[in-house]
Write a protein that binds this ligand. Structure first.
Ligand SMILES: C[S@@+](CC[C@H](N)C(=O)[O-])C[C@H]1O[C@@H](n2cnc3c(N)ncnc32)[C@H](O)[C@@H]1O
Length: 260
């Protein structure tokens, strides 16, 4: 993981702020901790959810950490009493153990979840809680069609290995992982959201802020435009705009909340 390339674009990400933040708020609502003294938001992005964490526990000392300068610049504009830190989560440690490690829509970007979850668990004080949400929609048409486009002869070589097939495991694997890490209270659930999107090519616009960013790191200019045109045509046939202008975007996510 390197900090030298920042493929994140906070403005693109925030185009769908309502539905994007909903799972993070749902995760926050299920954290079984009364009054945590210290909290870290791992991969805090634009900091909007860090603010929601602060609203729930105004007395807590909160750190929002992220690797992306663009996302953190947006977070710092909130002007809240939160410590914002730019770092790679795989190498970062809070100065002191914390009572809550919260991470929304981040860990799907990283390989080796056993090592990552062990690392995050190592940040916790006794009795602390871990709360994680990840997309589990890598077999959805949005992602399958993206991989299909990337596999076409024009792109195959340059995009080899850029899009992962299945970075997030199933509930059973995470239960075993959390149990092996010594958590006794483990709460796991999945939700398939039906995001109600409007505008032209809204699914494309959504993934431009997230899942397409690895493709954008490789393709630019005319190549990027050609890839997008090809992929957008496939998306339009699958995610059909309703007569009222709405496009529904089903999106499955897994939630993991665990306490020692
Ligand atoms: C989809 S955004 C989620 C942001 C925020 N948690 C939210 O829910 O709105 C993913 C974030 O993970 C961050 N990220 C990815 N890999 C990271 C790493 N190795 N260390 C720190 N942050 C990372 C990205 O910079 C990005 O801001």
């Amino acid at each position: 993981m390197t900090m030298t390339t920042d493929r994140w674009n906070a403005d693109q990400y925030l185009k769908f702020s309502g539905p994007r933040f909903r799972p993070g708020l749902d995760l926050l609502g299920h954290v079984p901790v009364e009054a945590p003294g210290r909290i870290v938001d791992i991969g805090c992005g634009t900091g909007d959810l860090t603010l929601a964490i602060q609203a729930r526990w105004p007395e807590a000392r909160i750190t929002g950490m992220d690797m992306s300068a663009d996302m953190l610049a947006k977070a710092r504009k909130h002007g809240a009493a939160i410590d914002w830190v730019q770092a790679d989560l795989t190498r970062w440690q809070p100065a002191e153990p914390v009572d809550l490690v919260y991470s929304n829509a981040v860990l799907q970007w990283l390989p080796d979840h056993p090592a990552i979850f062990a690392h995050l668990t190592g940040m916790l004080a006794g009795g602390g809680a871990l709360a994680v949400q990840m997309p589990r929609n890598f077999d959805a048409p949005s992602h399958v069609l993206m991989r299909e486009t990337a596999a076409e002869p024009r792109w195959r070589e340059r995009l080899a290995g850029v899009l992962r097939e299945d970075p997030v495991a199933g509930p059973d694997a995470y239960y075993a992982l959390l149990s092996d890490l010594g958590f006794s209270h483990i709460d796991i659930w999945e939700t398939e959201y039906q995001h109600v999107l409007t505008g032209d090519d809204p699914v494309l616009e959504w993934v431009k802020g997230t899942a397409l960013t690895p493709v954008f790191a490789v393709l630019d200019g005319e190549d990027r435009a050609a890839f997008i045109a090809d992929y957008a045509a496939k998306l339009r046939r699958t995610y059909v705009r309703r007569p009222d202008g709405v496009t529904l975007f089903p999106f499955r996510r897994i939630f993991l909340v665990a306490r020692r």
